[in-house]
Ligand binder design. Structure first.
Ligand code: ZN
Length: 568
């Protein structure tokens, strides 16, 4: 009996000792106090303070309790009531391309032919003979009247420089005569499958407008950027992300940019300059190589990973190449186009099947209702064939859905990876293109949620702004960018603020198989945090787009501090 008592005492003593040692170790490196912290953790949705140790969250709780974890070397930040959130996760970007677009010709705000020509002339004036003029992100719906640009507009001001500038959705390009001749495109060139070389109905000459697969006839001649240029673009993109509170992103590096992107990110990782966590998707037509390597989803570490495979089922709405069951309302002969990756017939299904057998996640771009239906059919078939597994298939955009297909996302566990800004952007003219009825289930975020789908939100930058607050505002207010729908475009599809925030945090982590380490603020997870200048929960939904990130923290490190004018 006595021996037992003694050993109990001894045990208690050592427990006390252990506790002392542990609390000594528990000094935080960084503490945020007096905040209004939305954690995305359902077990503790709100908190006042967060303590960070190294790159991880040590504790989340009340200011008084977290304060005790401050030591002499602890950096203490008083949030003074500001709203803090888990760092934003953008589920769909073309990140390197976004970086390049920051320093290219800017055509997005152009509203007239004269302005368009002026900008091309200015740009040509700054370049050497033979340098390409690329990107641009023009939007002909903004011209009055809306009309597609033509090569004749710009030939006179760009005779020394090939031009291949894209509409902001990247599904239409305008090439000047020099670029067309480099691409070998004449009046006799036939449109390739999955693309269109637009010809003048009178002369039969190409107008310079190239759609989808036809863009490649010119683009394959564009000299690839040097490694140094790639790095510069990636760093510019990362700076932009830091300033917007984006701490993680999925990069749908399409086609040839995958290898360049991976190389640039690896170099930035090696030199400790990768200030956002990047999850990269490999083009699905490279599945042979990926299979041979034995890659599984996700591969990498918490900074840089390969998430799986990305494919294309169709084109886009703005370019009239999204693939629909019914024709476009403004062109009864056009049903849109399946993407080249859908040919030969059956190959997409085979590739998804192989990916699934190899344990690789797939993310497929589908915009038109028929493209979405087709991909859901393939997913359903393969799930039945290969049996239950945590596969987290994704449909990128999931833009126009047949009412009957909406619930299939939830049922099949398919993640709807959607970009709310597109809704308020395309909402200006979508009804003219596909009619009111189909628009009811366009960007149907609320219906998807009601059907049990996981919504992972993103920007599709540089197609839309990278700013997650612009995306959140679009999801909750649905006001089109032309100001014509103050109560929201198809307001029944608005989603609550918390759902939009989940879409840019926890759900984004889930879509990239990383919800165990990020996406919410809780002990043990990576300390990725954003502090905003206004409280999203206390302002009108349509003001959310004006809110700014004040502080961005990635892995416990402050990488952006607006008040100090600092960005790492
Ligand atoms: Zn995209």
């Amino acid at each position: 009996m006595r021996a037992v008592k003694w050993s109990l005492l001894l045990l208690m003593g050592s427990l006390v000792l252990m506790n002392c040692v542990r609390s000594g170790e528990e000094m935080a490196d960084l503490i945020l106090l007096n905040g209004s912290i939305w954690t995305a953790n359902p077990a503790q949705p709100w908190a006042e303070a967060v303590a960070v140790d190294g790159d991880r969250i040590l504790r989340v709780g009340r200011t008084a309790e977290i304060k005790r974890l401050a030591g002499k070397k602890t950096r203490v930040i008083d949030l003074a009531g500001s709203l803090a959130l888990p760092g934003f996760i953008d589920s769909h970007t073309h990140f390197l391309e976004g970086g390049f677009s920051l320093s290219s010709i800017q055509l997005r705000d152009v509203t007239s032919r004269e302005q368009f020509v002026e900008r091309v002339e200015e740009e040509a004036g700054e370049l050497k003979k033979g340098d390409w003029i690329l990107h641009g992100n023009w939007d002909h719906e903004q011209f009055s009247p809306p009309e597609l640009p033509r090569k004749e507009w710009i030939d006179g001001v760009s005779s020394q420089n090939p031009v291949c500038v894209c509409r902001y959705d990247e599904h239409i390009a305008l090439a000047n005569s020099l670029a067309l001749s480099i691409g070998g495109i004449t009046k006799d060139t036939e449109s390739p499958p999955g693309g269109e070389i637009q010809k003048d109905p009178v002369t039969g000459e190409p107008t310079g407008i190239l759609r989808d697969a036809a863009m490649d006839l010119v683009m394959r001649h564009i000299p690839p950027p040097s490694t140094a240029m790639d790095l510069e673009a990636a760093e510019a993109a990362l700076r932009h992300a830091r300033e917007l509170g984006v701490t993680s992103l999925n990069d749908m590096a399409d086609g040839s940019s995958f290898a360049a992107s991976l190389a640039a990110y690896q170099e930035l990782l090696r030199t400790n300059r990768l200030t956002a966590r990047i999850n990269l998707y490999v083009p699905i037509d490279q599945i042979d190589a990926v299979e041979k390597l034995g890659l599984r989803s996700p591969f990498g570490n918490d900074r840089l990973s390969i998430g799986g495979l990305k494919g294309f089922a169709d084109g886009g709405l703005g370019a009239s190449t999204a693939y629909f069951f019914e024709p476009f309302s403004d062109n009864p002969r056009n049903y849109g186009l399946l993407a080249p990756q859908m040919f030969p017939e059956g190959i997409m299904e085979q590739r998804i099947l192989r990916a699934d057998q190899a344990g690789l996640q797939v993310a497929i771009h589908a915009i038109g209702d028929r493209a979405n239906s087709l991909i859901l059919d393939i997913f359903g078939k393969i799930a039945a064939q290969n049996g239950k597994r945590d596969r987290r298939w994704r449909i990128e955009h999931a833009q126009h859905l047949r009412p009957a297909d909406i619930a299939r996302f939830g049922k099949l566990g398919v993640i709807a990876s959607v970009q709310p800004f597109h809704a308020i952007d395309d909402g200006r003219w979508a009804e003219a293109k596909i009619g009111k009825e189909r628009c009811r289930t366009t960007y149907a975020f609320k219906s998807l949620l009601d059907g049990g789908a996981v919504l992972a939100l993103g920007s599709d930058w540089p197609v839309a702004p990278l700013d997650p607050l612009a995306g959140i505002c679009a999801a909750v207010a649905r006001q089109t960018t032309d100001g014509k729908n103050p109560d929201g475009w198809f307001p029944e599809q608005k989603i609550p603020l918390e759902e939009a925030l989940k879409g840019f945090t926890v759900n984004g982590a889930y879509a990239g198989f990383s919800e165990r380490i990020k996406g919410s603020l809780e002990a043990g997870k990576l300390a990725d945090i954003v502090v905003l200048d206004k409280d999203l929960f206390k302002i009108a939904p349509d003001r959310i787009k004006d809110v700014q990130a004040m502080l961005t923290i990635v892995g416990g490190e402050v990488v952006f501090d607006r008040s100090a004018g600092e960005s790492r």
